[in-house]
Design a protein around this ligand. Structure first.
Ligand code: KIV
Length: 259
């Protein structure tokens, strides 16, 4: 088993797992010093491209960003989020996942879904491609984005999906906007770590979209905590630069070349 995957598994019930998304090298390099997992999420569709849904994200776009992220990641486990319509059956999933692994040198792939995708998950794992699961809100296919686990039938389905994914061999499962008590139950019932986003402190780890955390996005989701307002900080720097250019205070002689 991949040594980085083994490390993630070993954290269950010992220490929390820290995960963030990254879409490019410079940010990935900073995150790599502090994260266990770096996810090249298809959330880049809305965060970087203003797409209405992640359905519009292509495999090639994900590969391009992942190649950049790979340049900044050494120690963390790098996960590639397989985009919509790239894993509709085991054959297609294997062809695309093999291509992705070869092109991006990522450590694992993430797939959204439960029972329906089990044959696909098994096919990838049989071919030594580590898989991260994703249940709760499924941005690639859900019509409405509301928290999951409100009704008993829905809770039972999600719990069952996580057990099926565990049995299929995933090394962790993202729980997206799963109700507090349900995320606790899932985390207690399965042996692989759960990584929550909007799914409470009960999960084995947490993931957030990096642009939300640093204040580069305008996201207003209840589960987001903005730790810094980088928009304000960058704007301050750009304003100073502009002012210095207009006043001819920049560049100075030390920024220029002389024979
Ligand atoms: O695409 C993404 O960034 C994700 C995380 C929010 C889990 O799937």
């Amino acid at each position: 088993m991949n040594i980085k995957v083994k490390k993630i598994l070993s954290k269950k019930n010992k220490s929390k797992i820290v995960c963030l998304t990254a879409y490019s090298k410079n940010i990935a390099k900073i995150l790599d010093r502090h994260c266990d997992i770096i996810l090249v999420g298809d959330s880049l569709g809305s965060v970087l491209y203003n797409y209405k849904s992640t359905k519009e994200v292509t495999l090639q776009t994900m590969i391009n960003h992942s190649k950049s992220v790979r340049l900044g990641v050494e120690k963390s486990l790098m996960v590639f989020d397989m985009p919509y319509n790239t894993y509709r059956n085991p054959k297609e999933a294997l062809k695309n996942a093999k291509f992705v692994m070869r092109e991006t040198k990522c450590d694992a792939v993430k797939l959204e879904g439960g029972k329906k995708i089990i044959p696909i998950v098994k096919q990838l794992i049989k071919n030594k491609i580590p898989v991260m699961g994703h249940v709760g809100i499924l941005p690639q296919t859900d019509k409405k984005f509301r928290f999951k686990g409100k009704k008993q039938k829905e809770s039972e389905k999600i719990l069952n999906d996580t057990k099926l994914l565990e049995n299929a061999g995933v090394f962790s499962i993202v729980l997206e906007c799963v109700e507090i008590k349900l995320s606790k139950k899932i985390t207690e019932h399965i042996k692989v770590p759960t990584i929550g986003i909007g799914s409470s402190v009960n999960c084995d780890g947490q993931v957030l979209v990096i642009d939300d955390l640093i204040g580069l996005s305008q996201s207003k989701f209840k589960f987001v905590k903005r730790y810094i307002d980088l928009t304000k900080i960058i704007e301050g720097a750009v304003k100073r630069y502009k002012s210095e250019v207009l006043k001819k205070q920049f560049p100075k002689a030390k920024h220029s070349f002389k024979n």
